[in-house]
Design a protein. Structure first.
Length: 199
């Protein structure tokens, strides 16, 4: 996503992650140059979306460096462990909601003042097709993504009058790295044995 924004001509790009994002600097500059764009000012941020102080510090850093924020993308997420609800570990189960739902809430909350300073004002929350399906053994993940969908709807309604538009998207049912790639998909997911809420 950061590379796509660089290619599209974004002037300022901040990327945050627990492990840091300094390594993206050259890739972002190269992506912009490859599209005939001026490399953006890049701000790497080390942050933990589950830690409110870390998130607030990141928002302060963006404010100091850029002065405003045009578009926020909440993309942090974890899958958690496969397993039946009765066999699950409560701490592990809840940690999925901490990252996938509390994280976007904290980041959104901290960044709203910056977004409202912009004339664009967009939030993009990356959910999952899992928000719309009922896959056995992935209860924490799917509940967290369904919650993110509702958070997006409420953010959109609460701030529409101030011009802030919130989207919640899912990229499709894709065996990405978070699921262990195509070779590690459980058979009952691989062969489409799930229930859809969409009738």
């Amino acid at each position: 996503m950061a590379l796509s924004f660089a290619k599209a001509g974004a002037s300022y790009i901040a990327v945050g992650a627990r492990s840091g994002t300094e390594h993206l600097a050259q890739e972002i500059a190269d992506a912009a140059s490859s599209a005939g764009r001026k490399p953006p000012q890049f701000l790497p941020i080390r942050m933990d979306v589950t830690d409110s102080l870390s998130v607030e510090a990141a928002a302060t850093e963006i404010s100091s460096s850029f002065g405003r924020l045009d578009c926020l993308i909440n993309n942090a997420g974890i899958l958690g462990s496969y397993g039946l609800i009765g066999d699950s570990d409560p701490a592990q189960w809840w940690s999925v909601l901490e990252v996938n739902l509390r994280g976007p809430y904290l980041v959104t909350r901290a960044c709203i003042p910056l977004l409202l300073k912009s004339h664009l004002k967009f939030i993009v929350n990356v959910a999952s097709v899992g928000a719309l399906l009922t896959n056995p053994t992935l209860s924490a993940y799917q509940i967290s993504k369904f919650g993110l969908l509702k958070l997006s709807q409420l953010t959109n309604v609460e701030y529409a009058g101030q011009g802030l538009v919130t989207f919640c998207i899912h990229p499709g049912n894709i065996p990405t790295d978070i699921m262990g790639g195509p070779e590690n998909i459980p058979p009952h997911h691989k062969h489409g044995k799930y229930h859809s809420m969409a009738k």
